[in-house]
Design a protein around this ligand. Structure first.
Ligand code: GDP
Ligand code: ZN
Length: 294
């Protein structure tokens, strides 16, 4: 009998597959191994039980998304974590991360952590800017454990990855979200952090009542060079549908006359900081394209 399961952890040649409430230790069927597909964490697979607690992966079902860093399939959404202090948020960096998550095709949940270190005004300003984009906006204090239930509710039934600068509290949040999780936390240096994340295999941690969170943060590499200039506005949800109203079909919302995006920025419905991020990324991408053809 073939059972449907989810790969929650990969070792060198073995996989932990969650089938119902049980974890099966699985290898991959020999004939299947010769094909190019390798099995990844997050894969939906069909397995045959070989003995109690053990099985063989017979088939990988089609993936709906693939992340390469960390290597994990079928992620639905990214929780983008940031803080006002230790470290202080840079809106430009935050927007860059958001563009990368959008480009990967994931849904976004914004999580302002360390809310104990932010003033009410700061929180409201950020909430206004990003609620205008349409992203769910949550505030947490992972150290004290506040806001965690609301975050857990957003993760129900989905596979989520956390993203955000080092030190914003991603590991502390995961330890709060997942019963029994004990990820190392602290003010680690960039180098120690990288070491820590490449040596461990990716693991999907099971949430109660349902859902999974990837134990390794995603989107540490924030290059925009895979994006074409004309595509960029698509990754700013508040600009996405406005392009149709610009005078020119190929409007980049830069210097062009009768630009609907610029009109809305002027009117205040799109945050100026978001438009400035857009322009800055656009110039970076245009520069990249120029060099490509030189
Ligand atoms: P990561 O690099 O994003 O995984 O961050 P960590 O989870 O390792 O946290 C970095 C530091 O921030 C640790 O010393 C945590 O105790 C601290 N921290 C995490 N969440 C909060 C919070 O909500 N408030 C405060 N004040 N500190 C926090
Ligand atoms: Zn325009």
């Amino acid at each position: 009998m073939r059972l449907l399961g989810l790969v929650v952890k990969s070792y060198s040649n073995m996989y932990d597959v969650q089938v119902g409430d049980e974890i099966l230790t699985c290898r991959v069927r020999g004939k299947f191994k010769k094909r190019s597909t390798t099995v990844m964490g997050g894969d939906q697979v069909r397995v045959t039980l070989t003995e109690p607690g053990r099985g063989v992966i017979e088939e990988v079902l089609p993936r709906k998304s693939v992340l390469t860093r960390p290597p994990v399939a079928n992620v639905d959404q990214a929780v983008v974590v940031f803080s006002c202090r230790r470290p202080a948020v840079s809106l430009r960096m935050l927007d860059r991360l958001l563009v990368c998550v959008e480009e990967a095709g994931l849904d976004v949940i914004l999580c302002l952590n360390k809310v104990d270190l932010a003033s009410g005004e700061e929180v409201e300003g950020l909430r206004r800017t990003y609620a205008g984009v349409g992203y769910p906006f949550l505030c947490c204090n992972a150290r004290a454990g506040t806001g965690i239930d609301a975050l857990r509710a957003q993760l129900e039934g989905r596979i989520s990855v956390l993203a955000g600068e080092s030190g914003v509290g991603k590991s502390t949040l995961i330890n709060r979200l997942v019963r029994g999780a004990n990820l190392p936390t602290g003010e680690v240096s960039g180098r120690a952090e990288r070491g820590r994340h490449t040596t461990r295999n990716v693991e999907l941690l099971r949430l109660a009542p349902s859902g999974y969170v990837v134990d390794t943060p995603g989107f540490s590499y924030l290059e925009l060079n895979m994006i074409e200039p004309g595509e960029l506005a698509y990754y700013f949800p508040e600009m996405r549908d406005l392009s149709a109203e610009c005078r020119f079909d190929d409007c980049l919302h830069q210097q062009e006359p009768d630009c609907a995006v610029k009109a809305v920025v002027q009117g205040g419905q799109i945050a100026r900081s978001r438009y400035e991020s857009y322009l800055s990324f656009l110039e970076e991408i245009q520069e990249y394209v120029r060099n490509r053809y030189r």
